[in-house]
Write a protein that binds this ligand. Structure first.
Ligand SMILES: Cc1ncc(COP(=O)(O)O)c(C=O)c1O
Length: 487
């Protein structure tokens, strides 16, 4: 077992010694499930381990390929969570893994210089991106891409105000959180970055009003389809009208395609469905082929020069690992595979089929309020009847029930059908179905059938509340303090 704080050795001596209980990679590869959970509980995010335990996700997964993962006992699961959109190519795509071997001898980090591998990635991104988006800054995550985009907007326009959408999700670092439209995530960290203002998603008039009032806005940041907001599709024409309004009022349009990008919604980028070319495009997730963390923000030559042009400004925004060789090589291989396997078409065709089959379920089961989506970014929203949870848990669980209803459905799908799903972060009443785009029809059918059986087993939300997972949530809710969960 891992050492405790008291076991730490060699800190004050002359030579540094391996602390007792230190675990190597080889040790880690052979940890039991219990040892793994203990490590997380004692040294990591203990609450999260508790939460995933409640819904049965505290398993030990040891292998993954494409849409499938296997646990230590060899049980096979279908991954319909798809790394929150980071696994458009599926797990461990051979072409992406091979990219690592090809650059094994190359320096991975040599920031004082530039690399041919990174240079090719910058070029390919420019070729794939819509319109005249040409310059990219490479970073390591979605939130970082958003941070950079916001900074670019302020630098390039000289203005400070940023408009963002209620229900939108752009990450949880301070800047990205300041434009993430969920008060429950924002409030504990106030004051956030000043001059960020929320507008309702999908409402052109409200956007115009906000742009017209007060001091000029540097940017409006928006997702073409809100992923974590619960797979919310705005009215047709919204993005194109937002584009026009931003032009008119001199604000930059920042489109966040971190989740919708690289084929997910049936086009390479979701903004292409309305022929919109943003001023700034944020990318991450599937750019790394599901293997490496990488992000990027892209902009036009003119805006790049305005913000970062010239020797004086070229180091005003930097990242130690941004554009490292292995990440860039993986991204190059991922982009090649995404294009060659024509993931956008795969997503469009399979998405239409899957959505149709799920909509049949919605007609069959009143528990489903709505099924919606585009391509293979699909959400199932459930009716929220939390009254029964109050009874199960003695009245304390209403809030938690609302927060975890879709999780209960996800728990049932996992336990009885070995299908991995999850709720959307800003709307816990929605289950996301976001499988790798290489998913087969047979796998889509299996999930439809799993949902049908799950919904048939429980005639209403009461059934879920009384299920094992529901009761566990209820018991936990009794202990949770009110203030901790207050919205
Ligand atoms: C649209 C969108 N933007 C930004 C992010 C943040 O990305 P990351 O978790 O890599 O910081 C996410 C993550 O889910 C996202 O869906």
């Amino acid at each position: 077992m891992g050492g405790t704080v008291d076991d730490r050795a060699g800190r004050s001596g002359q030579s540094y010694q391996r602390p007792s209980g230190f675990q190597s990679l080889d040790d880690a590869l052979h940890l039991s499930r219990q040892e793994m959970l203990d490590n997380h509980r004692r040294y990591g995010n203990s609450g999260l381990v508790q939460l995933i335990g409640l819904v049965g996700y505290d398993r030990l997964f040891v292998r993954a390929e494409g849409v499938r993962v296997w646990d230590e006992e060899g049980t096979e699961y279908l991954d319909f969570l798809g790394g929150y959109g980071a696994l458009n190519l599926g797990h461990n795509h051979p072409r992406v893994l091979a990219a690592w071997d090809k650059v094994a001898q190359w320096p991975n980090l040599l920031q004082a210089t530039v690399s041919p591998i990174t240079s090719a990635l910058l070029r390919d991104l420019a070729l794939l991106a819509p319109g005249d988006l040409q310059h990219s800054f490479l970073c390591n995550s979605g939130a970082e891409a958003v941070e950079g985009a916001l900074k670019l907007a302020r630098l390039a326009t000289g203005h400070q105000r940023i408009l963002y959408c209620q229900g939108g999700f752009h990450g949880k670092t301070m800047g990205a959180l300041s434009v993430t439209g969920r008060p429950a995530y924002q409030r504990p960290f106030a004051p956030l970055v000043p001059l960020c203002e929320a507008v309702p998603f999908g409402e052109v008039q409200a956007l115009e009003q906000a742009l017209a009032q007060g001091e000029p806005a540097a940017a409006f940041i928006v997702e073409p389809i809100q992923g974590e907001g619960g797979v919310v599709i705005p009215p047709t024409g919204y993005l194109a009208q937002a584009r026009e309004l931003c032009h008119r009022y001199g604000a930059l349009l920042i489109v966040d395609e971190i989740q919708t990008g690289f084929g997910r919604t049936g086009t390479m980028f979701a903004c292409e469905a309305e022929q919109v070319v943003p001023d700034v495009l944020c990318l991450s997730k599937s750019l790394g082929g599901g293997v490496v963390p990488i992000g990027a923000f892209m902009t036009t030559e003119r805006l790049w020069n305005q913000a970062f042009g010239g020797i004086e400004r070229c180091r005003i925004h930097t990242s130690t690992f941004g554009g490292n060789t292995r990440a860039a090589a993986s991204a190059l291989a991922a982009l090649e595979a995404i294009v060659e396997e024509d993931l956008p078409t795969q997503a469009r065709e399979k998405g239409e089929y899957f959505l149709g089959r799920l909509q049949e379920l919605a007609r069959e089961f009143p528990l489903i309020r709505e099924v919606r989506g585009r391509g293979l970014l699909i959400g199932i929203e459930f009716v929220s009847d939390t009254g029964i949870f109050g009874k199960v848990s003695g009245g304390a669980a209403n809030h938690l029930a609302q927060e975890y209803l879709a999780s209960l459905v996800a728990a049932e799908l996992l336990q009885h059908h070995h299908v991995i799903t999850a709720y959307t972060l800003n709307n816990p009443n929605v289950i996301r179905l976001e499988p790798p785009l290489v998913v087969s029809r047979e796998e889509l059918d299996r999930v439809v059938e799993a949902l049908r059986q799950t919904l048939s087993r429980h005639k209403g939300m009461a059934g879920f509340a009384l299920s094992a997972a529901g009761q566990a949530v209820g018991r936990w809710a009794k202990q949770a303090t009110q203030s901790l969960w207050k919205k």
